[in-house]
Design a protein around this ligand. Sequence first.
Ligand SMILES: CC(C)(COP(=O)(O)OP(=O)(O)OC[C@H]1O[C@@H](n2cnc3c(N)ncnc32)[C@H](O)[C@@H]1OP(=O)(O)O)[C@@H](O)C(=O)NCCC(=O)NCCS
Length: 172
Amino acid sequence: MFGPIGEIIETQRLRLEPLAVHHADEMAEVLDDPRLHDYIGGEPLTRDELRARYERLVAGPAPFHQEGWLNWVIFRRRDEQPVGYVQATVTPSPTALKASIAWVTGMPYQGFGFATEAAGAMVGWLRAHGVTEITASIHPENASSAAVARKLGLHPTPDVDDGETVWRVPSS
Ligand SMILES: CC(C)(COP(=O)(O)OP(=O)(O)OC[C@H]1O[C@@H](n2cnc3c(N)ncnc32)[C@H](O)[C@@H]1OP(=O)(O)O)[C@@H](O)C(=O)NCCC(=O)NCCS
């Protein structure tokens, strides 16, 4: 399994805190909008459901999965408002350490560059910890998520994962 656990990451406007179960109390409100699920499936969870989900995420995958689950809650530093989350699933392969990444920003906090700023910082952290291949799976109609991926330097590939386009950083 991927060794390092997440650390606090700070950017100009944001602080990324490794996910803890207590974050469910604040995040239930931030994520309480069905529009967030237009392209990612599912529906908003109640506080208790989110707490149960965070318990599973914090516990991590079973060791035989050989994966690491990294999740960060994004806080706006100026007022400590939680605005969303970023996540990475890290998988070792014989030749590389790979991460599949994703981002979500609550509706009132979208359009300020927060997903790009947070995910960019996460990618920097992943690279500093040996991850060499970064991918994201994005619904073909999810234009704002595609914009985030492009700003991070990812490009769409012909690969499709469960109906979503696989984006990756082209190898140089
Ligand atoms: C995708 C998401 C995380 C973006 O969050 P955000 O904090 O608004 O992202 P940013 O502000 O960093 O960047 C958004 C970009 O999308 C662009 N954008 C927004 N709506 C758009 C649209 N309809 N068409 C094209 N681009 C659009 C913005 O202009 C911005 O790009 P720019 O800075 O070049 O102008 C947010 O919309 C979200 O949480 N969606 C629901 C969950 C989801 O689908 N997550 C992605 C899973 S792969």
